[in-house]
Design a protein around this ligand. Structure first.
Ligand SMILES: [Ca+2]
Length: 186
């Protein structure tokens, strides 16, 4: 099983998952594989630790760093949805064990062909980096209607990147399918 969310939480190895239904119990072995070695230009957020201000049901922040940005898979919890309807701000963060050099963050907010980002996506938000425990805003976006947002900035050495959402176009929830972070190409 190559689920980066499990590997990020528990490390590589073999685990037993216990399933219970009434009086029946079944133990299922699950193999968790480590993340592949990174290549230059790879998404540095992939499979890393993700946290959020709150979570709605199973729309866990880990779904936003699983490498899947397809809106078609939204219902299978491959994205983050905050848990405080009509209350802002919300935030989604990814963090690294040690600082990384980051110069670009890409955000895929929730949108479908029939319900575009102008109706469902995040609207007003800041991209922040953490350096020495202090958060700094590196990009601000207002009145966004794009589904795929690219935030470029002068390279920062940071151990965490977050998106702070001040409002969404739906007015209720913040929804992010995928949060990606990239360093310089060389
Ligand atoms: Ca995802």
């Amino acid at each position: 099983m190559a689920d980066p969310r499990l590997a990020a939480r528990h490390g590589a190895g073999t685990y037993d998952i216990l399933l219970r239904s009434g009086r029946q119990r079944v133990t299922v072995p699950v193999e968790v594989t480590a993340l592949p070695e990174r290549e230059p230009g790879d998404n540095l957020a992939y499979g890393e630790k993700a946290t959020a201000s709150s979570t709605h049901g199973r729309f866990d922040p880990c779904g936003a760093v699983d490498g899947d940005s397809a809106w078609q898979n939204w219902s299978t919890s491959t994205g983050w949805n905050d848990g405080t309807s009509r209350v802002f701000p919300d935030w989604l963060a990814v963090e690294w064990p040690k600082p990384e050099r980051i110069e670009r963050v890409e955000i895929h907010t929730y949108a479908t062909p029939t319900s575009p980002a102008s109706r469902q996506g995040i609207k007003d938000f800041d991209v922040q980096v953490r350096e020495g425990g202090t958060w700094t805003t590196v990009r601000e976006f207002r009145n966004n209607t794009a589904a795929h947002i690219t935030a470029s900035f002068p390279v920062r050495e940071t151990d965490s990147v977050r998106v702070v959402v001040h409002s969404s176009n739906s007015g209720d929830y913040s929804r992010i399918l995928e949060l990606e972070a990239y360093g310089p190409a060389t």
